[in-house]
Design a protein around this ligand. Structure first.
Ligand SMILES: [Zn+2]
Length: 174
């Protein structure tokens, strides 16, 4: 299944690791919104659209997020650690609503999205840059190109520092 269009909306939140929202079109026929590009420890990666996992309050039956400590509806105390855990013991709080079902497909899509992200980042440095329109509420999250550039420099510096530290520990280990 071919990706036929990727729209990248750059964001510049300082606090979060969110770099961009993407809208991805397959075969000029099927659109997936809310694909995110996240700044990870090994560089940007793609997160498929997901939603919070909910469960039902034992008293009133209304839905609450698994991390909620009290029921939103009736105020019943809830165990904030009730989320089921994955193989590595981490709580499963989100579930992907659209995602590739094999690694080859995931890799192919991620690669194309990251290429589109880099291209958008380059474009954003043009003086006449106009951010793309996604046609949804993510359009509200604009980005200041100068802040993007600054953040990119910060990330490059951090990555370089990290590589330096890795090099040092390898030297020490060897
Ligand atoms: Zn309740």
């Amino acid at each position: 299944m071919d990706v036929t269009e990727i729209r990248v909306k750059l964001v510049d939140h300082r606090q979060e690791r969110l770099l961009a929202f993407c809208t991805v079109t397959f075969e000029q026929a099927f659109v997936v919104r809310d694909v995110k590009i996240i700044d990870g420890p090994r560089g940007p990666f793609v997160a498929m659209p997901s939603r919070k996992v909910m469960d039902r309050c034992s008293r009133c039956g209304s839905k609450n997020h698994l991390r909620a400590s009290h029921c939103n509806e009736c105020g019943q105390r809830l165990d904030p650690n009730r989320a089921p855990t994955d193989a590595r013991g981490r709580p499963r709080l989100h579930v992907d609503v659209a995602h590739p079902i094999n690694q080859a497909c995931r890799d192919a899509i991620e690669k194309q999205i990251l290429v589109a992200y880099e291209a958008e980042l380059e474009r954003s440095q043009q003086p006449d840059y106009v951010a793309p329109t996604l046609g949804d509420d993510n359009d509200e999250f604009g980005a200041d190109p100068s802040v993007l550039l600054e953040r990119r420099r910060e990330r490059a510096a951090t990555a370089q520092k990290q590589r330096g530290q890795d090099g040092m520990s390898e030297l020490q280990a060897g």
